[in-house]
Design a protein around this ligand. Structure first.
Ligand SMILES: Cc1cc2nc3c(=O)[nH]c(=O)nc-3n(C[C@H](O)[C@H](O)[C@H](O)COP(=O)(O)OP(=O)(O)OC[C@H]3O[C@@H](n4cnc5c(N)ncnc54)[C@H](O)[C@@H]3O)c2cc1C
Length: 414
């Protein structure tokens, strides 16, 4: 039987492992962490958001970004220190402005397919992950921002999305807990939210039941494709206290699927492939809703404040996830207090709920300069990629997992 090694146990790796084991492959998943979904798939914004499928390669977004660079609490932060990878990425990002419309439309289509597949998997495997099918509400604070958004909405709708304009009164009817001042908005009733970490852990368990084998706490250090297969060399990661980090082990497989998040860049480099994923850092807070009043006053409908670039997801009765910020600062994973505070302030400004207990988190979005995931074979015939999902990995992964598994199926039949 054909044996596939999946590198990475985040949302892209676990959904891929699921599709592959269901097709009849022998599947092993390797990850440097001791458990699934411990990196970017740990505490993201929670939105399954076809409505957020717009790619960022647009002149207006670039101009806004430049304006934000001078503001300390702005949603975008660029460390100007020279770094070749970062600046090469930014140049490539600008070069993709010409593909803005086509890539946005393709992302919508992929997101709609993904949503359908993710709901089906969740139902089939009986996964509990605080799924809320209450739609996503975008709101704007100025006429100018709203008028730009109307053009974006037309584009999203050409991709097949059901999303309509709403007035201030309708905003407050859809989500009565909102207490701020707004100009107008858009509502996408078919979008949803859920806890990516709970989903990934639940699906990883289901995969194990179907026969997927895991190598947790193991870091891949080399991948050597050869005529009959691929030799993968790995060692215990520093957090693996049970094994010697200096002793190398290896595994022979028929093909490798790289789902390494921000680690995919270096893994691809070793294989002679260019997968130009850059780590775009974001932050989230999880507000613990301990008291009855906070539980009542926290939103259930998922929100996207387009001026602040902040999203929310209600994760069950007693948690509210709030996320935002795009920071270009390399692989730095520090949780900065001055980036967390604007998220807390935003909650205090928009809702009457207690922010005494808040869990901060930071993660690195694996982002391609054209904002499109890499779902393809590499230069070598036994190497595949499903990575680079940027700000939409939770939204898109169920579709890209099917796409890459089908490609593997065509090239390496079971
Ligand atoms: C603040 C924030 C908010 C977000 N909000 C949303 C949202 O609302 N909706 C949405 O759709 N998306 C959102 N995203 C994006 C989404 O979370 C990511 O796109 C997604 O989690 C990426 O999944 P992944 O599997 O590619 O990467 P990861 O989850 O990072 O998994 C990659 C795995 O590969 C492993 N790995 C890498 N290299 C090696 C190696 N050499 N050896 C062994 N293991 C290795 C890592 O340990 C890691 O576990 C958000 C992201 C952030 C940061």
């Amino acid at each position: 039987m054909c044996h596939i090694l999946v590198i990475g146990a985040g949302i892209t790796g676990i959904t891929s492992a699921y599709e592959l084991i269901k097709m009849g492959y022998q599947v092993t998943v390797i990850d440097q962490h001791l458990y699934p979904a411990m990196e970017t798939s740990f505490a993201n914004g929670g939105q399954l958001s076809a409505c957020n499928a717009e790619v960022w390669n647009q002149k207006a977004t670039v101009l806004k970004g430049l304006k934000w660079m001078s503001q300390k609490t702005a949603p975008l932060l660029l460390n100007p220190a020279f770094d070749l990878h970062k600046y090469a990425w930014l140049v490539e990002f600008l070069g993709n402005i010409k593909h803005y419309e086509a890539n946005t439309r393709d992302t919508v289509k992929m997101a709609l397919l993904a949503r359908k597949r993710l709901f089906a998997i969740a139902e089939q495997e009986q996964l509990e992950f605080n799924l809320e099918k209450r739609g996503i509400l975008h709101f704007y604070h100025s006429k100018q921002d709203y008028e730009v958004a109307m053009r974006v909405n037309d584009l999203l709708c050409t991709g097949g999305l059901e999303r309509h304009a709403v007035t201030v009164d309708e905003i407050k009817t859809i989500e009565p807990s909102l207490t701020g001042q707004y100009y107008a908005g858009f509502y996408c009733p078919s979008d949803a939210t859920g806890d990516i970490h709970k989903f990934s852990v639940g699906l990883a368990k289901a995969c194990k039941k179907y026969g997927v084998r895991y190598l947790f706490g193991m870091q891949v250090s080399d991948i050597q494709p050869h005529a009959q297969g691929v030799k993968v060399v790995y060692h215990a990661s520093p957090e693996n206290m049970q094994q010697d980090v200096n002793s190398l082990q290896d595994l022979q497989v028929d093909a490798v699927l790289v789902c390494g998040g921000v680690g995919s860049y270096h893994l691809a480099q070793r294989l002679g492939d260019r997968v130009n994923v850059y780590p775009v850092k974001g932050y989230s807070i999880t507000v613990n809703l301990h008291d009855a009043q906070s539980q009542q006053n926290a939103p259930w409908v998922s929100l996207l404040d387009e001026s602040a670039k902040i999203v929310t997801s209600r994760l069950g009765q007693d948690r509210l996830r709030v996320a935002g910020t795009a920071e270009f600062n390399g692989y730095n994973r520090d949780i900065r207090a001055d980036r967390i505070q604007p998220l807390i302030d935003w909650v205090n400004r928009n809702f009457q709920l207690c922010t005494e207990s808040v869990i901060p988190w930071a993660g690195l979005r694996p982002m391609m300069p054209n904002m499109m995931p890499v779902v393809a074979r590499g230069k070598r015939e036994r190497i595949f990629y499903n990575t680079g999902h940027g700000h939409l990995g939770w939204t898109l992964s169920a579709a890209t997992a099917v796409m890459i598994s089908q490609q593997i199926g065509r090239q390496h039949p079971i």
